[in-house]
Design a protein around this ligand. Structure first.
Ligand code: PBG
Length: 329
């Protein structure tokens, strides 16, 4: 009879020793709550994202109050644009009195301590639902799009956004936005770069939420968002965004791309975020609604996995629920 010399189960046996050797913790400080804001009164449900609503600015302020109370550090704002405000050149994206800009002003006036992150991308504002301006052939033209993104980012900064987050995947946009922010004196406006954003099918419910799915039709975003097959390329994207002045980088989607999160954190050691996207949220919600998964346990496990993979924080539609669950213990 021989005995194991090492018994890893020994430290797992008791609650006190499990707690002593626990390597990672998830806290409310790790969470960013994405919110959809519309230019209508009240709230509207998003069928493919149970528990998520499009909010009027008034309703948004009520949600912001909960976020502040739960110590969730920041909100990420996504405007829902009515059809009449969409155009080929996406001009509504940088209107000083646009919905996103008004929402930022309202949030910063009421909750100055709460971080406000804005989405810099043209897809809510283009008639075709692409994140950029098209050339004659229908290709998303890089440099004219960057020029528009700079105007959009500046309008967010003027409204008081703490962080601008370009989610468009154009080449050179971080450098151009950083340059423009500096030139206008916005030296403390942070940039969270969607650096490794993949052309993912997991964004489906988000496109329902912002109403860009119908416009996009069958056209994908493969000419600018990354190929899900690629990992090395993500490191090149992150390296460029850091060099161009990003303060934080992001990998998106989340759970299917945790290998990329780990590689980015190991390679650069910069503030690294992951986006648990709408499809990841919808999967968990659907399984929980069927009684197939325990929502709270699975959501908290998924969020903790981001921390273990090296993420400093996670954008998650579970953010407020998770902060509540963590508080309950
Ligand atoms: C658009 C944008 C998307 C998401 C965030 N910003 C969708 C897309 O690229 O089509 C997806 C977020 C989610 O699925 O939760 N710039």
């Amino acid at each position: 009879m021989s005995f194991p010399h090492v018994r890893l189960r020994r430290m797992r046996r008791d609650d006190f020793s499990r707690r002593l050797v626990r390597e990672h913790v998830l806290s409310a400080d790790d969470l960013i709550y994405p919110v959809f804001v519309h230019d209508l009164p009240g709230r509207a449900t998003v069928p493919s994202m149970p528990g998520v609503e499009r909010l009027s600015i008034d309703a948004l302020l009520a949600v912001a109050e909960q976020a502040a109370e739960l110590k969730v550090p920041a909100l990420a704002l996504f405007p829902v644009t009515p059809a009449e405000a969409k155009s080929l050149d996406a001009e509504a994206a940088w209107a000083e009195d646009g919905l996103a800009q008004r929402a930022v002003r309202a949030l910063k006036a009421r909750f100055p301590q709460l971080g406000v992150i804005t989405d810099v991308a043209l897809d809510p504002f283009t008639t075709h639902g692409q994140d950029g301006i098209l050339d004659e052939s229908g290709y998303v033209a890089n440099d004219v799009t960057v020029h528009a993104l700079v105007k959009q980012a500046l309008s967010h900064a003027r409204a008081g956004a703490d962080v601008v987050a370009p989610s468009d995947m154009m080449d050179g946009r971080i450098g151009a936005i950083r340059e423009a922010l500096e030139a206008e004196g916005f030296v403390n406006t942070k940039i969270m770069a969607y650096s490794a954003k993949y052309a993912s099918a997991f964004y489906g419910p988000f496109r329902d939420a912002v109403g860009s799915a119908g416009n996009l039709g069958k056209g994908g975003k493969h000419t600018y968002q990354m190929d899900p097959a690629n990992g090395d390329e993500a490191l090149r994207e992150v390296e460029l965004d850091i060099a161009e002045g990003a303060d934080m980088v992001m990998v998106k989607p989340g759970l299917p791309y945790l290998d990329v999160v780990r590689r980015v954190k190991d390679a650069f050691g910069v503030p690294t975020f992951a986006y648990q996207v709408s499809g990841e949220y919808a999967m968990l919600k659907a399984a929980a609604a069927n009684g197939w998964l325990d929502e709270k346990a699975c959501a908290l496990e998924a969020l903790l996995a981001f921390k273990r993979a090296g993420a400093d924080g996670v954008l998650s539609y579970f953010a407020l629920d998770a902060a509540r669950w963590l508080r309950e213990g």
